[in-house]
Design a protein. Structure first.
Length: 63
């Protein structure tokens, strides 16, 4: 529920122009950088796991 005065104020708010709704270049660049950082973190984590010697996984820990 909204009162008549508040409804009138809401209807007077100008709408955003079509050209103002585009993503700024900085936001797109930040998303791309974040995506590359995430990929690099997963890549180096996988490399670290791959460097663990095979005898570490021989199963004697669980016996």
């Amino acid at each position: 529920m909204i009162c008549a005065a508040c409804l009138e104020l809401r209807s007077e708010i100008p709408t955003v122009a079509k050209h103002e709704r585009k993503l700024p270049f900085a936001s797109v660049l930040q998303c791309l950088v974040a995506f590359v950082v995430i990929l690099l973190v997963f890549y180096f984590f996988a490399q670290t796991l791959g460097d663990i010697p095979d005898d570490f996984h021989d199963g004697i820990i669980w016996e």
